[in-house]
Design a protein around this ligand. Structure first.
Ligand code: ADP
Ligand code: MG
Length: 271
């Protein structure tokens, strides 16, 4: 496809040198609350997200996955450590610059779609650019719309679309500004497996065909099997990672963690 290869070239020129990670966390610690309510959600996480890769973040509920995404995307402040998007350290930015960076260089996809119910699919996709007072690049727009595969549904409102279609609208919206990185927090969590596969297929194509960088939180080994790399979190720390995962290998690894965890809990109870 000519359109997408042209776009990819443009993207590489736009962004910092291709050896700079798309995002980087260094010694990232996030503490919520204080006193008895104090929770260490992230405990010294260091992680590089390479450009043009599809990365999955996995771990038990409460292990810090959403916190990691929110801190990395500049949606939440950090307690200690640093977060970079490309060559920009988020800690150095004032509120206005951070808002601009989030708008122009970061895309976010939520489990619950977060579409505006009164707008059509197309209006939702274009909303962030409209707010920024920008028009989409016509070629990029055509490429994303073609890839998202909504056909004649673009004039429909969210309530007239299936869950999978709504989430693909949300993915197209996240991509429209050609962000440096897209963060997706359990994007298939509310979808049946067929709709989930549509969304995963779209994210995968955005990586393969546009060189997009995508980081996705998931509980599902099948979803993780679509990615290039899985990072495993437990208790706010990175405990393992896997390259070129398959659903079976991810499942095996997760079983291993459960055993370790069960042993740890018993030992603790015994103590
Ligand atoms: P995950 O996404 O892996 O389920 P989270 O990042 O949502 O985990 O949460 C990690 C820990 O931080 C949990 O113990 C959670 O209760 C706590 N936490 C998350 N957000 C907040 C918040 N806004 N205030 C207080 N504690 C929070
Ligand atoms: Mg979460």
């Amino acid at each position: 496809m000519t359109a997408s290869s042209t776009s990819t070239t443009t993207g590489e020129h736009q962004h910092a040198t291709s050896t700079t990670p798309a995002a980087r966390a260094v010694g990232l610690t996030k503490v919520y609350g204080r006193g008895e309510a104090r929770v260490v959600a992230l405990d010294g996480v260091s992680l590089d997200i390479a450009r043009g890769e599809f990365t999955a973040i996995m771990g038990p509920s409460g292990s810090g996955k959403s916190t990691l995404m929110h801190c990395a995307a500049g949606l939440d402040s950090v307690t200690e450590g640093e977060v970079h998007i490309g060559d920009v350290s988020l800690g150095t930015l004032r509120d206005k610059a951070l808002t601009t960076l989030r708008r122009d260089r970061v895309g976010f996809v939520f489990q619950s779609f977060n579409l505006v119910p009164t707008l059509t699919a197309l209006e939702n996709i274009l909303l962030p650019l409209a707010i920024a007072g920008r028009r989409p690049d016509p070629q990029w727009f055509a490429t994303v719309i073609e890839t998202v595969g909504l056909g004649d549904r673009l004039s429909h409102r969210p309530s007239e679309l299936s869950g999978g279609q709504q989430q693909r609208v949300a993915c197209a919206r996240a991509l429209m500004s050609r962000p440096e990185i897209v963060f997706a927090d359990e994007p298939t969590g509310n979808l049946d497996s067929a709709s989930g596969a549509e969304v995963l297929g779209f994210l995968r194509r955005s990586v393969d065909e546009f060189g997009q960088t995508v980081v996705m939180v998931t509980h599902d080994p099948g979803a993780a099997g679509h990615t290039d790399r899985v990072v495993f979190l437990a208790d706010g720390r990175i405990v393992d990672e896997m390259r070129d995962p398959t659903a079976d290998r991810v499942l095996e690894r997760m079983k291993g963690f459960e055993k370790t965890h069960a042993r740890g809990t018993r030992a603790h109870e015994g103590a």
